[in-house]
Ligand binder design. Sequence first.
Ligand SMILES: Cc1ncc(COP(=O)(O)O)c(C=O)c1O
Length: 384
Amino acid sequence: MKNSSFKTKSVREGQHSSNEQEHSTAIFLTSSFRFDTAEQAAERFDSNKGNIYSRFTNPTVESFQNKLAALEGAEKCQATASGMSAIFATIMTILKPGEHMVASRSMFGTTIVLLNNIIAKFGIKVTFVDLPDLDAWKKSVQKNTKLFLLETPSNPLGEVVNIKQLSTISKKNDIILAVDNCIMTPALQRPLSLGADLVLHSATKYIDGQGRCLAGAVAGKGSIIDEISSFTRSTGPTLSAFNAWVVLKGLETLSLRIKEHSESAMKLANWLESQAFVDKVYYIGLQNHPHHETAKKQQTGYGGIVSFEVKGGKKEAFRLINNTKMISITANLGDAKTTITHPSTTTHVRLTDEEKRQSCISENLVRISVGLENIEDIIADLKP
Ligand SMILES: Cc1ncc(COP(=O)(O)O)c(C=O)c1O
């Protein structure tokens, strides 16, 4: 499979076959694995090779890990119960009390809460910088900086950083560069090939693609993933076999779905730009997006997230959301169904007013995750 195309790998990689010769990967719903003898049990515990217990390893989870690693071009992958547990496990593995990390200001709201309220309790210091500002990343480096953490493009505004240029700063200073690739997926962007050390995922989003379950993953250098795996096996945020099967199946259709999401999002962004009720549209596929050129260099498409500011404030944003009949009012994204949300009062509600201001999460901002329905029907549902 090594030289196969992305599309072929997404369908064929990571297949685990049992003696039943099933064509679709089986779900191994078992908490533990049986040993033939006490000697075999002792040998497995001693060598850490072979299945013991599903908190450590599970064949269905391993199939998902192998497929995602192949798609991201990673040496190894560790699946987790959610995107947040992938981020938490990464931070807790890489940093010790007294050490320092740098994070982009424009990240998913719960990631900011994790950094401010939980990570801080472990004596880990965080400096926030503007995502695209390479100079700010450089200036924020301290002697004890161990991790750069970011999302590119960011959610919901689609800010972008040049990953290659940022990786020259991280490499020079011996800092691990971790990129949350949830919005692009490996179908549109492969951060490891651009110099990142780790790629993080909320597989809950486009990897599942149908809003069915929570899942997460971190992929990258084998030595770092081994350490993250030993963190997850001892602390427990491992992925269930059932959810691993769901996201494994999701990966098989990822290329097709992401192409359709991207094409419809472009059409929606163009339509929104011509509407009198819209003040500003944020979509990285639009040439007037300030980070369009950088995105074009490192992405092969622009994805399905379109955000826009309505004329007025919160009242007008709520009115528009409440007017929709087909589109689902829900904070999830990456679903086959189009979803609409008001970031300031949902995904980013725990941010202070100052943090919202710094991240440009305004009261009149609306985010749409463009689904797989006919784009004409999506547009019709948004007409005032
Ligand atoms: C960019 C990004 N990263 C991480 C997460 C967290 O993922 P999960 O909900 O699977 O924990 C989200 C969730 O919306 C997200 O949008």
